[in-house]
Design a protein around this ligand. Sequence first.
Ligand SMILES: C[S@@+](CC[C@H](N)C(=O)[O-])C[C@H]1O[C@@H](n2cnc3c(N)ncnc32)[C@H](O)[C@@H]1O
Length: 441
Amino acid sequence: MRAREIGFKVLYDIEKNNNYSNISINKHFKDLDIKDIDRGLATELIYGVIENKYYLDYIINKLSKIKTKKMSAYVKILLRMGIYQILFLDSVSDYAAVNETVNLVKKYDKRSSGFVNAILRNVIRGKDNIKTIEEKDKLKYLSIKYSYNPWIIKNCIEKFGIEFTEDLLEANSEKPSIYIRVNTLKIDRDTLMKQLEDLDVKCYKVSGIEEAIRVENLKNIENNKLFKEGLFTIQDISSMLVGKVINPSENSKVIDVCSAPGGKSTHIATLMKNTGNVVSRDIFEHKLKLIKSSVDRLGLKNIEVEKFDATRLDNNSIEKFDYVLADVPCSGMGIIRRKPEIKYKEEKEIKDITIIQKKILDNASRYVKIGGIIVYSTCTIFDTENIDIVKKFIEENENFELVKIDEVNVDLENQEKGYLKIYPNIHGMDGFFIAKLKRIR
Ligand SMILES: C[S@@+](CC[C@H](N)C(=O)[O-])C[C@H]1O[C@@H](n2cnc3c(N)ncnc32)[C@H](O)[C@@H]1O
């Protein structure tokens, strides 16, 4: 199967089944025998179309009497792909963009091939005019330009102001860097960098996190021999900061109540040098397998994986742990660069999330021993899911207080007060919130 057809199948799967892009890509690319160059084009098309969905639809609707809402998913997706190639991809000629798209329409929705051909030719003819967004209302304009559900932009403007919001939208449109975490149980950073460079992977040390490397040209990771040997794992630096902030002592007892796919649990277990015990829980059985496979690959002996719903209180865990991590489910507004479909979430989809977050924090806090630490974290930037939850929790629980974070140097203003607010446009990493609380009595 060729790159464009794979890209089309993934986009169709995401549109029809509401799947996450990374999950759908993994499903479709697994066991597929294609050249790196085709894999690259398919991935570029998938992410490009998802990232620019509203903008591409705006252009289609400018040119077509039949609006995108009324089009079949086949035609709509293929039009988006064709227009994306014409307007965004210098490496693809206009001729190839039209020809290849029309061939796919002939295969999947034959009667629409003339229509698609005409729209794509109109895009080529009027390229410069067509690109312009004729919208006076700033909110609507930004929602088309950056392709966001308008409520998200409205929320950002209300919370952060227009200038910060535009910076944030711009930063969220950038390609994220890939970071890996060295498995310090098996290898040191310098040696791993050398071995990766021998495989043509470019490596850069990350200052402040001694186990982190920024990599370029790391392709087909699952098949990389150093990855298979468990010498490293993929993890963004914001996520690594959580482990750094917890900073567990060797031989401690730790529980991570929302742990799949296991990035932070395996980091914590590694920081403890395979001593003590980390209980890694998640509500979804299928996700536990991901944790287990990382644990095996990385050679960790101190992790126990369990299925448990963190909104339920586990009476057997009360006051049993030195460190507790509540890395709760959230709206994901900090990781839009990696999961662009988050931009289209409906407000109602995350309506109940703060209730769940608070419930999980309340339960998790009961597992902390006196003198122990609980870290509450999310990959979102909205206070309602972050500091507001923590403040409410402290108001209701005088046994806990925020403690100064001095393990990292990222958000100097707030870390004095016990939390980190990380934004892609300020810190150049995934947007995260990390709060560190101590049980004082
Ligand atoms: C932010 S992710 C955790 C990421 C993970 N800590 C890591 O570093 O790889 C949140 C996780 O919470 C899980 N989750 C959602 N609701 C849950 C619940 N009620 N109880 C336990 N886990 C839950 C999700 O399946 C998801 O894996």
